[in-house]
Design a protein around this ligand. Structure first.
Ligand code: AMP
Ligand code: FE
Ligand code: FE
Ligand code: ZN
Length: 282
């Protein structure tokens, strides 16, 4: 039995509907799935319904863009209450930052003589949490770039002419926000962020887990983070980070988290709930 706990839908920069993701998950035999859209939980209700219909366990999630010491890092929020007022207020701020950033990126692209229309990017994104992939897709659709890779290489990658830095919440605030919403905080794809030096600090701030298994973690990287998880007594998660079709195929199914890790997550969620319900019992 296995799970995929890192998936994006068209509520952020993925291209699948929640129902399409669950269709793939069922076809491939997943026991559990989590939806982890960037800075939003909007897709979770539909995903929960779709999972229930095919008897797949569903875990509410989101991927929060955060920073510590100037380094960007992504924090996965599992089991948060999707109605939690503080969570919704905070992520709405970062959705607004994302929308403003789209305008800024398009202005940079226009300044280079490429007549991309900001309205076309928003129409294509059609969500509250747009990102660079939407700008890239609009550049391809408008005939300004041949491929998404070309759009990132020419304009959107860090330090390219249309790259715009993004205001992010502090990782410590993100962990606190997740906990007050009833969730567990997990560091996403640490192998992509070169942020090992921040791990002890955010563990002290209450980090619950670390994503050891990820599409872009080769086996040695997974082993490296498994050792870190053991050292700090962290939960272990994993997922494909599927954003839709990638070279014609969905990534879902390529990273299979062994189900016992999911059971440990459930146990940690229950323990956190019990601790919150009876804080004086310590
Ligand atoms: P943003 O949140 O707007 O900074 O965009 C980040 C997202 O862009 C990531 O989650 C990936 O989905 C995607 N992305 C980042 N770098 C690249 C790249 N070089 N090529 C294609 N997609 C990328
Ligand atoms: Fe993404
Ligand atoms: Fe990420
Ligand atoms: Zn992701």
């Amino acid at each position: 039995m296995f799970a995929d706990l890192h998936l994006h839908s068209l509520f952020s920069d993925g291209t699948f509907t929640p129902e399409e993701i669950v269709g793939h998950g069922a076809r491939l035999g997943h026991q559990a799935l989590a939806l982890t859209d960037h800075d939003t939980v909007e897709g979770c209700e539909r995903m929960a319904t779709a999972c229930a219909a095919v008897s797949i366990e569903f875990i509410v999630g989101a991927e929060l863009t955060a920073e510590h010491g100037g380094n960007e890092l992504h924090i996965l929020a599992y089991f948060v209450d999707p109605q939690n007022p503080k969570l919704l207020t905070e992520i709405a701020k970062f959705q607004k930052v994302r929308q403003e950033r789209i305008r800024d990126m398009v202005a940079c692209i226009n300044a280079l003589g490429v007549p991309l229309k900001v309205a076309d990017v928003f129409a294509l994104a059609n969500c509250r949490s747009p990102g660079r992939p939407h700008v890239a897709r609009a550049l391809v659709r408008g005939g300004h770039c041949r491929t998404l890779d070309e759009a990132f290489e020419r304009f959107l990658k860090k330090n390219r002419p249309a790259w715009v830095p993004k205001a992010k919440m502090s990782a410590l605030d993100a962990i606190e926000l997740i906990h007050q919403a009833g969730g567990l905080a997990v560091m996403a794809h640490p192998g992509l962020n070169r942020s090992d030096q921040t791990i002890p600090v955010i563990v002290d701030a209450g980090l619950d887990g670390i994503e050891c298994f990820h599409t872009k973690h080769p086996p040695a990287t997974a082993e490296h983070y498994l050792a870190i998880a053991r050292k700090h007594n962290l939960l272990v998660t994993g997922g494909s980070d599927c954003h839709g079709l990638s070279k014609g195929k969905p990534l879902i199914g390529t990273v299979r988290l062994d189900y016992p890790h999911v059971e440990k997550l459930y146990a940690a969620k229950r323990a956190a709930d019990e601790k919150r319900a009876a804080p004086a019992a310590e």
